[in-house]
Write a protein that binds this ligand. Structure first.
Ligand SMILES: [Zn+2]
Length: 199
């Protein structure tokens, strides 16, 4: 099922995700829905916060991207990052390489906003997969960037937090507007949920 992606201004985007203690049917369904939602939105990743669940659960999917290369090793084995996508990662722990690069990023929770973000060029990560096994990841390029972006989400960090101050200043009024629209949407939905009382 395709899920609604929450936008900037939703408080849950700032919540640190709880560790997933047990991989239940609910987690498996959530992961499947997140994959479907990412694909439908042409995204390269989605964190559980973005669909309203503050959990350490994320999806990375570079399968649709042709023009931004990645390398990926899973458990020491070189694999095709596009063929290995989507990857569902539970409770990921990430270790950043020292070399950094600037690259353009967007975020499904910030429609039509992009920014240049400095990220580690190489990352190593350890995470659980849906079958409960532990996976070791080494990635560069877009996959490494996407992984850092998603792990940030799991900790309540958004890509605007990593923009330089000039970029942030240039976006300030759009961000404020987006936040207001999101808050208005929340209030409207709450109102719709309240039962009509006729006296
Ligand atoms: Zn994002």
């Amino acid at each position: 099922m395709r899920l609604q992606i929450l936008q900037y201004g939703s408080p849950v985007l700032r919540a640190k995700g709880r560790p997933v203690e047990e991989i239940t049917d609910r987690i498996r369904q959530l992961a499947a829905d997140m994959i479907e939602t990412t694909r439908a939105a042409n995204g390269v990743g989605l964190a559980a916060q973005q669909i309203g669940q503050p959990l350490q659960l994320t999806v990375v999917d570079v399968s649709q991207v042709e023009d931004r290369p990645s390398t990926l090793k899973l458990n020491g084995q070189e694999v095709d990052p596009r063929a290995a996508s989507p990857l569902v990662l539970i409770n990921p722990e990430i270790e950043l390489g020292t070399e950094t690069s600037l690259g353009v990023e967007g975020c499904l929770s910030f429609p039509e906003i992009t920014g240049e973000i400095e990220r580690a060029e190489m990352v190593r990560a350890r995470a659980q997969t849906l079958d409960g096994s532990t996976i070791h990841i080494e990635a560069t390029g877009l996959f490494a960037r996407a992984l850092q972006h998603e792990v940030d989400h799991l900790n309540g960090i958004l890509f605007i937090d990593r923009m330089n101050s000039a970029a942030k200043a240039a976006l300030a009024s759009r961000l404020k507007r987006m936040q207001k629209e999101t808050e208005r949407g929340h209030r409207k939905r709450r109102k719709e949920l309240e039962p009509e009382i006729a006296l």
